[in-house]
Design a protein around this ligand. Structure first.
Ligand SMILES: [Zn+2]
Length: 133
């Protein structure tokens, strides 16, 4: 669940951010070195609130915007006969997100386009700054 406007006042965000090392629990995107990336992260309820998940820190993970958007209210424990460990739940969500991203071919194609544009621009910028030196 996203809590974008509570961040400054909400120490729960920072408690989880510190515990999780500033990384998205699902894809590993590292926001620890860039406050702009970290601030775009959200707190996700591993087991969604509407499936009876608690609001405790144990049930919260740091998630990047893309992962949290893909996961939404999916319950990784659904269909299991027993309660999975926290580690297993995170693993299952990571797999689920990976699969969903692969299914979003349009999105993946656009990302590829963006990525090559960014690479070209950063190469261009480097050659400009080299010439100025
Ligand atoms: Zn992520």
């Amino acid at each position: 669940m996203a809590e974008p406007n509570l961040r400054d006042a909400d120490s729960r965000f920072w408690d989880v951010a510190v515990r999780d090392g500033g990384k998205c629990a699902y894809c590993g995107l590292d926001g620890s070195g860039d406050i702009r990336i970290l601030m775009s992260f959200q707190l996700d309820h591993l087991k969604p609130r509407n499936s009876g998940g608690s609001d405790d820190a144990d049930n919260r993970v740091l998630a990047c915007y893309v992962c949290n958007t893909e996961k939404k209210d999916w319950d990784p424990n659904e269909g299991e006969t027993e309660q999975l460990s926290r580690e297993k739940l995170v693993e299952k969500v990571a797999e689920y997100i990976k699969k969903r991203r692969g299914e979003h071919l349009f999105y993946t194609a656009l990302y590829g386009k963006l990525k090559s544009k960014v690479v070209l621009e950063s190469v261009g910028r480097r050659s400009i700054s080299f010439q100025e030196e």
